[in-house]
Design a protein around this ligand. Structure first.
Ligand code: PLO
Length: 504
């Protein structure tokens, strides 16, 4: 077919005017095509010019929600994106029409991290993903509830952690390194069967690469919106690639070691469980490859470390603001457990402790905006048509701070998770692990681990503000998870536990 070039000559000024007029018309047309309220938009950049500034997305979306309502749309570059700020619409997306919205968009950073979606959290919905997720779920189940594995691992780590915390001898210090090291060690034992001494070189390498990934992944960077930008030099992407190389080297070695020593009988760790379950092909003949096993182990590790240590640090920060909450939890521990070590089976007897963890996850969700969902088929939310390929962002922060559902949502009040008899209640708009087909696969492991760490720590020691220090800033900083800003604590052993200083 011939190509014709229109022989018109227009003056540069006219061209500029024409382009501007076209942009204005497109912006006006683009705005309300779906009938859903939303941000204005320009071609190419979409609504990005209205989203500049330093406000993190969860707060920005809450602000827009006041103007446009709980459900609105915006364009991240060319990508139509619907933001859900309230519980009813979130239930529609995650649960009622969970299948329709169970897809994930492809992004440059997460594609690098997961070898093009061979993981669970970031990979798109497919029959293979379902099979893979089922395998991960059953492998996790071997170590969680009903087994003492996680309990044994955490309890052996808690001694070291408490000894380290108490070695500060009442001086103020930043607890994050000790907490993250302990949690990393638990997760390494669970996933690879490796336990490190604090300060071990390999452990430090693991913590370093993980930190590098945390700093560079899905930071709202433009390459995750305009994928063609990856061809330009990008410092953050290079750092991500370097960290992934270190991770892969370490993981491949673990995989080889595990394959060489894999035996009949119980799996030693998660990697064993994944390798043993790898065999059978999926419904469409696809199989879970070594790459999938590797990416799952890496992800279980990353998710296990970042989310658990961050939640613990948030809870400690809030306890410094609310010594009365800490005292009440310690009274409960003294009455229900006494001096023996806390066990997983004690959870039922310690509802107040659980309510503290819940309130921590409500007021500071580690994932304030859930990982983006994508519509896999034409569907609807709140009666608005949503076409296939639309991205959906569920703002869990807004849901957890909705004054229509929570009394004084900005206050830390663990009692809201208990009834007048002191029994647990779980409000339906409390969704720290998400919901539906994409719900966090590690939820029960995470809850158990948080419980064991926090109960053991509060049983053995009290956390206080160091003399003269101001209470921790509770604003947080958003990376791939919402972390507290660094703060200092002082710890004092509780009566009968002074001996912990001598353990290890
Ligand atoms: C953390 C850094 C690791 O090196 C890689 C990794 C894997 C899974 C991610 C996790 C990071 C951050 C927290 C995430 C988790 C999957 C689910 C979890 C995003 C990037 C949340 C909070 O949704």
């Amino acid at each position: 077919m011939a190509t014709y070039v229109f022989p018109v000559t227009v003056s540069p000024l006219l061209t500029v005017l024409l382009v501007l007029a076209a942009l204005a018309i497109l912006a006006a047309l683009g705005q309300r095509s779906s009938g859903m309220p939303g941000l204005p938009r320009l071609p190419v950049v979409g609504s990005l010019p209205w989203m500049t500034g330093t406000t993190p997305p969860h707060l920005l979306f809450m602000k827009f929600g006041r103007k446009y309502g709980p459900l609105f749309e915006l364009y991240l570059g060319p990508h139509r994106t619907v933001v859900v700020n309230d519980h009813d619409h979130a239930r529609e997306v995650l649960l009622q029409r969970g299948r329709d919205f169970a897809g994930r968009p492809s992004m440059v950073t997460t594609d690098l991290l997961t070898r093009g979606g061979k993981d669970i959290a970031f990979s798109d919905y497919s029959p293979l993903w379902k099979l893979h997720r089922r395998l991960v779920h059953s492998s996790f189940a071997l170590f969680g509830e009903g087994s003492s594995r996680l309990q044994d691992i955490v309890l052996s780590e808690v001694d070291g952690l408490c000894a380290e915390l108490l070695s500060s001898n009442g001086r103020g210090f930043d607890p994050s390194l000790a907490v993250t090291t302990a949690v990393t060690n638990v997760v390494c034992t669970l996933v690879f069967g490796t336990t490190y001494k604090h300060g071990d070189g390999e452990l430090q390498e693991v913590m370093r690469y993980n930190d590098g990934i945390v700093q560079t992944i899905t930071r709202g960077g433009l390459v995750d919106i305009f994928s063609w930008m990856k061809v330009f030099p990008n410092e953050s992407l290079s750092k991500l690639r370097a960290c992934i190389r270190v991770r892969d080297c370490l993981l491949t070695q673990k995989l080889h070691e595990h394959k060489a020593t894999l035996s009949e009988g119980d799996p030693r760790d998660l990697l064993d469980a994944l390798l043993k379950g790898q065999g059978s092909p999926g419904p469409d003949g696809t199989v879970i490859t070594d790459d999938h096993v590797l990416m799952t182990a890496a992800e279980a590790f990353g998710a296990g470390v970042e989310t658990t240590s961050t939640t613990l640090l948030w809870v400690l920060a809030y306890l410094l603001h609310h010594p009365e909450v800490q005292e009440k939890a310690q009274r409960e521990l003294d009455e229900e457990v006494g001096e023996r070590a806390v066990r997983a089976a004690d959870r039922g007897r310690l509802p107040y402790l659980d309510s503290i963890i819940n309130e921590g996850m409500r007021i500071r969700p580690v994932s304030p905006v859930l990982i983006p969902h994508i519509a896999m088929s034409d569907s609807s939310i709140g009666g608005h048509a949503i076409c296939r390929g639309t991205r959906v962002l569920v703002n869990m922060w807004a849901i957890h701070h909705d004054p229509d559902h929570w009394d004084q949502p900005d206050l830390f009040k663990p009692d809201r998770f208990l009834d007048d008899q002191g029994q647990r209640v779980t409000p339906s708009c409390f969704l720290p692990f998400g919901a539906g087909p994409r719900i966090c696969v590690g939820e029960s492991l995470a809850r158990m681990e948080l419980f064991l760490f926090l109960s053991s720590m509060l049983q053995r020691m009290s956390f206080m503000l160091p003399g003269g220090a101001t209470p921790p800033n509770l604003q947080g900083r958003l990376g791939v998870v919402l972390q507290p800003l660094p703060y200092k604590v002082a710890v004092r052993p509780r009566a009968g536990w002074e001996v912990s200083t001598h353990v290890n």
